[in-house]
Write a protein of this length. Structure first.
Length: 167
């Protein structure tokens, strides 16, 4: 018997508009296809540690900034949970700390994900190549795509909010 192509989906959430669109897309997929859905927010403590080592942050500043990032992550996860509830979709959420791409891959492997959804990071008014210069998250998406053991889908659907309201 053939396995379903995507019975377990993970969404990479970072609070950006694009990652929220990916979450909406995942909620719709879960509703339409009966998939298990998990949304993961990773606090990038790896970069915070690098900034401390480079003396850009002192330890107290880094700690305070990390607490703010955790609070942001919890808020975004609660928001996405509410969106899923509105559509009658059950999802699990997880807040992790570390290097974004490696923690997301670890979460996907632990969950047994068959698909990872990430948001597109185009900068409005710029070509895809120019967008890469302006957005570090594109490097993270590249790491996720290159390191994942399952399929990765970049959500580019610009009209997702309209479609989400209709679903």
């Amino acid at each position: 018997m053939i396995k379903p192509l995507f019975d377990r989906i993970i969404v990479a959430l970072n609070g950006s508009e694009q990652s929220l669109r990916a979450a909406m897309y995942g909620i719709m997929m879960s509703k339409l296809y009966g998939c298990e859905l998990k949304v993961v927010y990773v606090v990038d403590t790896a970069t915070l540690k690098q900034l401390e080592l480079l003396k850009f942050f002192i330890t107290e500043e880094s700690s305070r900034y990390e607490k703010n990032l955790v609070a942001d992550g919890e808020r975004y996860l609660a928001y996405v949970s509410e969106l899923a509830k509105q559509k009658g979709v059950k999802l699990t959420t997880e807040l992790k700390k570390g290097a974004v791409w490696s923690e997301l891959i670890r979460a996907a492997n632990e969950f047994g994900a068959r698909l990872i959804l990430v948001g597109d990071k185009k900068v409005p008014g710029k070509s895809s190549i120019d967008s890469l210069k302006y957005n570090k998250i594109s490097a993270t998406n590249s790491e996720i795509i290159g390191s994942s053991e399952c399929n990765v889908m970049v959500v580019k659907e610009a009209e997702i909010e309209k479609l989400f309201k209709l679903a």
